[in-house]
Design a protein around this ligand. Structure first.
Ligand code: NAD
Length: 335
């Protein structure tokens, strides 16, 4: 079995690739190693993956269709796990074109490559941000997600629509994974848990948005990896009798499925800061601020589909997860 993992030098792609390589699965990694955050972190992740003989890597930008096509023709992956994207909600206000290039054109190139080089299953990262301004919680894949509040969310929702079209027209089994705030060792420096750690360690104050009145369904990286691993073999099957008036919106008459992968347990921002302070053994100076444009107040995943289909539910607590993150952080930055 050969799996193409896009975004292999990224946070989730690195952990997933490593877990699969540990099981002797052949991994082809793709990434453009862009500088949205410190590329050294991406190179360090890759250096770990490159120690495995069954790992090969291609530095390719997804928006270059010919490079993506050539890779598929050469490597003929059986499965594709598409994680490369321009991530981040706040950056989509500053640099919207990066989202169009990587998340729309890049995703289109992956779909076209899967159309012309058939694969057993295409899994791709969506995001909890598609729930946008929804108020009904926990967020269920059976809820409508037509009211995004950032361009990032709009591109992820577009990916789900594009995937559905390709599942229907070309019989490509696709599974969209709506991740909820993923954190852990080798994580993303642009995310709050990481930037808060940098600032607390440097004795600087942290910006606490919406005056601390925020909740996030923080999901530890190992839980995300376990969820993806269990879903690889679960290629969705078309249900010709699917009827939107009574059936689940996350399924279809096409071989298409959407899952939430989240902790099913939203954490108040102040509890998260306390857990981080306790893991660091330091107190944060807090700078209370208003709501940021594009942000949502709360995320909360309904994961009943995951429990039903793969008998799995993320379970790492924020305290356990942050301990592991801080342990890695201190080791990595004092080497
Ligand atoms: N981490 C989270 O909390 C979270 C939450 C929801 C969804 N997601 C989604 O999960 C996926 C993985 O996220 P992550 O946290 O690992 O992010 P990441 O930024 O660490 O990883 C993404 C990788 O994709 C690469 N990439 C970006 N654009 C590319 C392009 N045009 N061509 C080739 N490579 C490109 C980047 O260099 C990076 O290494 C993304 O699709 C993201 O949108 C992440």
């Amino acid at each position: 079995m050969k799996i193409l993992v896009t975004g292999a030098a990224g946070f989730v792609g690195f952990h997933l690739s490593k877990a699969l390589l540990d099981q002797d699965i052949q991994i082809v990694g793709l990434d453009n190693i862009n500088d949205y955050y410190d590329p050294q972190l991406k190179k360090d992740r890759l250096a770990i993956l490159e120690k495995f003989p069954n790992f090969s890597f291609y530095k390719i930008d997804l928006k270059d269709k010919k490079d993506v096509d050539d890779l598929f023709v050469k490597e003929k992956p059986d499965y594709v796990i598409h994680l490369a994207a321009q991530a981040g909600v706040r950056y989509s206000i500053e640099n919207p074109s990066a989202y169009v290039d990587s998340n729309l054109i890049g995703f289109m190139n992956i779909l076209e490559a899967c159309r012309h080089n058939p694969v057993e299953h295409l899994l791709y990262a969506s995001s909890s941000s598609v729930y946008g301004g929804n108020k009904v919680a926990p967020f269920s894949t059976n809820h409508q997600v037509d009211h995004p509040v950032s361009l990032y969310a709009a591109t992820k929702k577009s990916n789900e629509l594009m995937a559905h079209t390709y599942s229907h027209l070309y019989d490509i089994p696709t599974t969209g994974l709506r991740f909820f705030t993923v954190y852990g060792p080798f994580g993303r420096p642009d995310m709050a848990y990481f930037s808060f750690t940098n600032r607390i360690m440097a004795g600087e104050s942290i910006d606490v948005y919406n005056h601390g009145e925020m909740e996030r369904d923080f999901t530890y990286i190992d839980d995300i990896v376990s969820g993806i691993e269990k879903l690889i073999a679960k290629a969705p099957v078309a249900n010709p009798d699917w009827d939107e008036s009574k059936d689940d919106l996350s399924e279809s008459f096409a071989p298409y499925k959407i899952y939430n992968i989240g902790n099913n347990s939203p954490i108040k921002l102040m509890r998260f800061i306390k857990a981080l302070e306790s893991a660091l053994g330091m107190e944060a100076k807090k700078n209370y601020k208003g709501m940021q444009p594009g942000d949502v107040k709360r995320t909360y995943a309904d994961v009943s589909d995951l429990e039903r289909d793969i008998n799995f539910k993320p379970s790492t607590t924020i305290e356990e997860g942050l301990e592991k993150f801080v342990e890695w952080y201190k080791k990595y930055y004092t080497k």
